[in-house]
Design a protein around this ligand. Structure first.
Ligand code: ATP
Ligand code: MG
Length: 671
């Protein structure tokens, strides 16, 4: 590569190696590019060994992409030992080595938010999902502020907080008993460890000598502390971010961290990037005019050399079904007209529930699509069933995994035996697995009841032994055969077809384990921890195929697509009604800004006139954010007095485009 391909402030950011640096710049200005190229500069010019560099990004996908991009600049030998990961996987890497300092074993389990919610609902003795979710996010916020259960109890000054704090205490005790951590712990525990153990801190400061952090605006207090502790007084880091794209306040992200950086590192150098390399001028103007309605934390100007571009298309639809049809129709027409590919398009939305109807419409037209930020592959019940075995093999004290594995398929252990086991474990403060081995418990149940339980434990212990010695994929395949998983699926599913689909998913998992195990040299136990992290922010990476991308706005952060459809631009959806009620419109506006700035060449915003909510039709208003875009940059469709939704030309090409989607060789008709 050459630094010549960069503009002067980008070059300055890359070459600045003598202290803390913040690159503060708007969307598409090449912040992430600065990080990738700086990694190369650090190694080739700065005298850093790759082992001493950590680049931290926000999602696994972003981390993968970054590693790929750097991989194009340098050989794998030069990059050997580099850390490119999310905060959570950095935390996991650290804890795998240091967990014993915290009273955990290195193969601790990582609970996903579903399992965590289950524990909270047991503590609260309620199955009311909303209540559980509220308590869970309160606990999460405390964790992200580095407050333990005791501190939370002291701080709680209202009834709700008091209930949450008490729940927090029992929840945490349960996690400890399970030798399990939740996602927040993966960052909180390293910080606590560093604060209490100077030796361990020094070891890691010595290992990770240069940090690069992408999407810095979305770090929370805890993540910020981790950065601060790791970089220490030397402050050797580059953070890049955009305050206008801070969209994770609900998860404790704190924009004030941008200001804090200046306070905590008086030598902080700040570089601004102002040229946007992603979008046309009109798209950029729309983004700028929307975000101008938020108070400014830092002054920024963005400009682009990519030409004026098409106006933003704003389409009024009758209802949500119509909206899905319109988008699919326009997408096909556009694709045909511009000779593009499916992967050039993205459909973005505020909430996952909006996607379903679009999936149907895409399927009807046989348009391939990929979902991000939706239900992950690893969240499918049959996959979680298999994963419960893996978790248990890694950590036999993981009680939720124990119950799930023991009962899927059922292994002849009766409900009474399980209840006795649970009671015994509870009294002794032990895990179920440990309790099963204790004489006191064994004496309570008859030999016939005990046998299947003991068989199961032996089965797990045997797998545990082999897990570090044999290839992951083969071992799991053998395990599935031994427990009769396939036959069980066919017995328990209503239809043959459903069972087939599930079994195929399980086979995909086995293939994935095999491939990943070989590629990364990881054994089954290590893979099982990796999976826990993948499930947190997105699904399995399915590689680059020619498919329309569907994503929530949150999951689209940092990415770019030539043509974007941003759907459901309505009051109540974007901005979300809950946010409006809670005075969080500014955060919603930043979300809109993120959405607009994903688009490179064309942007279409859609809204409906009415929408079904809880079985009733409601009339809805277009989003206030549409009104914030300069009218000259908009072309309206579908509204009285505006252009029809599908112009004659587009209508004519619809049929042809359908054919084109089936046969790419069809020639464009004369116009
Ligand atoms: P976001 O805020 O959305 O994360 P960003 O600031 O990280 O955006 P990048 O993704 O790094 O921006 O860059 C946006 C696009 O501009 C990318 O396609 C990138 O390759 C391109 N780009 C960045 N810098 C330059 C440059 N100096 N010359 C040409 N293209 C560039
Ligand atoms: Mg970026």
């Amino acid at each position: 590569m050459s630094l010549l391909q960069l503009n002067p402030p980008q070059r300055a950011a890359i070459m600045s190696l003598d202290g803390p640096l913040l690159v503060l710049a708007g969307a598409g200005s090449g912040k992430t590019r600065v990080i990738t190229q700086k990694i190369e500069y650090l190694i080739r010019e700065g005298g850093y060994d790759a082992r001493n560099i950590a680049a931290i990004t926000f999602t696994n996908k972003a981390a993968r992409e970054m590693l790929e991009r750097v991989g194009k600049l340098m050989s794998s030998r030069e990059l050997k030992g580099i850390t490119v990961s999310t905060f959570h996987s950095l935390g996991m890497q650290l804890l795998r080595q240091e967990a014993p300092h915290l009273g955990y074993k290195p193969q601790f389990s990582i609970l996903d938010s579903y399992d965590a919610a289950k524990i909270i609902s047991d503590v609260l003795k309620t199955t009311h999902k909303d209540e559980v979710r509220k308590v869970q996010s309160r606990i999460s916020l405390w964790k992200n502020e580095l407050l333990g259960p005791d501190a939370a109890i002291v701080q709680a000054d209202n009834e709700f907080d008091r209930i949450c704090a008490m729940t927090y205490a029992s929840y945490q005790a349960t996690l400890t008993a399970y030798q399990a951590m939740d996602f927040d712990d993966l960052i909180r525990f390293p910080v606590e460890l560093f604060l209490g153990n100077a030796e361990v801190l020094q070891k890691w400061q010595h290992k990770l000598r240069y940090l690069l952090i992408d999407e810095y605006q979305d770090t929370n207090t805890c993540q910020y502390q981790l950065v601060k502790l790791l970089t220490g007084a030397r402050g050797m880091f580059t953070a890049v971010g955009d305050d206008d794209q801070s969209i994770y306040a609900w998860r404790g992200a704190n924009m004030e961290n941008l200001r804090l950086l200046q306070h905590d590192f008086p030598k902080l150098k700040v570089i601004k990037l102002e040229q946007n390399y992603r979008s046309t001028a009109r798209i950029l103007r729309a983004a700028n005019s929307v975000i101008a309605n938020n108070p400014k934390l830092f002054e920024k100007q963005l400009w682009s050399e990519l030409g004026l571009g098409e106006p933003i298309h704003v389409v009024q639809c009758k209802d949500e079904e119509h909206e899905a049809d319109v988008v699919v129709q326009r997408l096909l027409a556009h694709k045909f007209e511009h000779r593009t590919e499916f992967k050039d398009y993205a459909i973005l939305y505020r909430g996952n529930y909006q996607a379903r109807i679009f999936e149907q419409a895409l399927r009807n037209q046989r348009i391939p699509y990929q979902m991000a930020g939706g239900q992950s592959f690893f969240d499918k019940p049959e996959i979680k069933d298999v994963l419960s075995y893996l978790r248990l093999i890694a950590n036999p004290d993981d009680d939720p995994a124990f119950i799930r594995a023991l009962t899927t398929p059922k292994r002849g252990v009766g409900a009474t035996t399980l209840e006795r086991l649970g009671a015994w474990a509870g009294q002794r403060g032990n895990s179920l697995f440990a309790a099963a081995h204790e004489e006191g418990f064994q004496q309570q149940v008859g030999a016939a009841q005990l046998a299947p339980l003991q068989d199961f434990c032996r089965f797990i212990v045997n797998l545990e032994y082999r897990a570090t010695r044999e290839p992951a994929g083969e071992l799991v395949m053998e395990m599935l055969k031994a427990v009769g998983f396939e036959a069980w699926l066919y017995d328990s599913e209503d239809s043959q077809r459903a069972a087939e689909v599930k079994w195929k998913n399980v086979m995909d998992l086995v293939a994935w384990l095999q491939k990943k195990g070989e590629a990364d040299g990881k054994n089954l136990i290590e893979l099982s921890q990796t999976i826990a992290l993948i499930t947190m922010l997105e699904g399995r990476d399915e590689g680059e195929v020619d498919a329309v991308k569907m994503s929530t706005l949150h999951a689209s952060k940092g990415l770019e697509y030539p043509h974007v459809f941003l759907i459901g631009c309505e009051e109540g959806i974007l901005p979300h009604s809950e946010s409006v009620d809670n005075g969080m419109v500014e955060e919603e506006r930043r979300l809109m800004y993120v959405g607009i700035t994903r688009a490179q060449r064309s942007l279409t915003l859609t809204y409906c006139v009415k929408r079904r909510r809880a079985g009733e039709w409601l009339f809805v208003e277009p989003s206030r954010f549409i009104g914030e875009i300069n009218g000259d940059d908009i072309r309206h469709f579908g509204k009285p007095g505006a252009e029809p939704i599908v112009s004659k030309r587009e209508g004519k090409s619809k049929l042809a485009s359908l054919m084109a989607s089936l046969d790419s060789k069809v020639q464009k008709p004369e116009e």
